[in-house]
Design a protein around this ligand. Structure first.
Ligand code: QUE
Length: 354
């Protein structure tokens, strides 16, 4: 499985002219990031930083269906269930350190995204300078559906999206297609997937990165998300999760299908996760990137000692019954003081992210 060993068969690195090319190559798991892939990528980025011949780095997913579905939460689940919490913490620390490295990487990072980009996949693409979306691009931060929260630097990035879109994405896990992603800045460019090889050739040749990425393809138009901007900004300005749901319910009563569907989706999500995500969005604007990731480490290590993450992964990814038994099961029963306490210093040593 996906332990700490070098992941030669799960991630590939190539030097092509001026380009360092990363291919996530675990298509059977939608290129989800194993600990081996995380370590190998971090080491390769270090090597390419020191290599003056490499002036830009690109990252793509193999298999055509996914860029990257996230961190390998199935493996984390198995470790946690086996009582190997130190290994669980080491996984999150390694993933978060990689994301911090990428956010501050001194050479242009280009993500070529065809298919799913979720969770940790967003973490290794969104913080770089260039995110090129293909036709089948689907972005989501769906962690509140597995008893987790949008991590990998999303405490920093989501509150910096326009209006209240970040809070909406964090609290729903809703999917975003390429047109909306371009409109709100999740994607910075568009290219049909069949043009990715030509883009890589131009990146390898040197020359300005922006020109290499420009295929002249017509951008897809914005969609349902942008159409709902007014409603989203109003409802997700609510002070608490319950206030937000109240505003959505009122809009639904007034005839908004989007509001009704959004409220229904949130009510399937882990109640504690919703409170945590709301608190992240409240704190994020005042944090720098390393502080944001440290906050995430503190929260995630708390959650790894609890119930909901294991129950969420079981219901969504293992048994796939889609019926998680959240504890507590209702928003009313969530202990808000415990949520705030989860943002306090972690038990035991904390990794350094800055
Ligand atoms: C929330 C998540 C993840 C998820 C589903 C969620 C996640 C993740 C995967 C995933 C998907 C397919 C695989 C796989 C993992 O799904 O982080 O190994 O084959 O990696 O609702 O955060």
């Amino acid at each position: 499985m996906s332990g700490a060993e070098p992941a030669d068969d799960e991630i590939r690195f190539e030097r092509r002219g001026r380009l360092g090319l990363v291919t996530l190559d675990r298509p059977g798991a939608l290129n989800a990031l194993s600990l081996g892939m995380i370590g190998a990528l971090h080491r390769q980025l270090d090597a390419w930083e020191a290599d003056d011949g490499v002036t830009r780095v690109a990252i793509r997913g193999a298999g055509g269906r996914a860029f990257c579905a996230g961190g390998d939460v199935r493996h984390v689940y198995a470790l946690g269930r086996a009582g190997r919490l130190d290994d669980v913490f080491a996984f999150w620390a390694a993933e978060y350190r990689l994301v911090v490295r990428m956010q501050a990487y001194p050479k242009p990072l280009v993500a070529l995204i065809a298919g799913v980009v979720m969770g940790g996949g967003a973490g290794i693409s969104l913080h770089g300078a260039h995110r090129v979306a293909a036709e089948a691009y689907v972005f989501a931060m769906p962690e509140v559906g597995i008893g987790l929260f949008p991590d990998v630097g999303m405490t920093y990035a989501l509150p910096r999206l326009p209006g209240r879109l970040g809070t909406y994405l964090a609290l729903t896990g809703a999917r975003v297609g390429p047109g909306d992603a371009l409109a709100i800045g999740l994607a910075t460019g568009f290219a049909p997937a069949r043009d990715f090889d030509a883009i890589l050739d131009r990146l390898a040749a040197g020359g300005p990165v922006a020109e290499a990425l420009d295929t002249g393809a017509a951008r897809p138009p914005a969609g349902a998300l942008v159409a709902a901007r007014g409603l989203i900004d109003d409802a997700f300005s609510g002070d608490s999760v319950r206030d937000i749901l109240g505003r959505l319910d009122a809009a639904a009563s007034a005839g908004s299908t989007f509001a009704a569907e959004t409220a229904a989706l949130m009510r399937t999500r882990c109640p504690t996760s919703l409170y945590i995500a709301r608190e992240q969005m409240r704190r994020g604007p005042d944090l720098d990137f390393a502080q944001a990731v440290l906050a995430e480490y503190r929260v995630v290590t708390r959650l790894m000692r609890g119930h909901d993450f294991y129950e969420g992964v079981r219901a969504v990814l293992i048994d796939k019954d889609g019926r998680p038994d959240w504890r507590p099961a209702t928003l009313e029963a969530v202990d808000h003081d415990a949520v705030l306490a989860a943002f306090g210093p972690a038990e035991g040593p904390e990794p350094r992210f800055a």
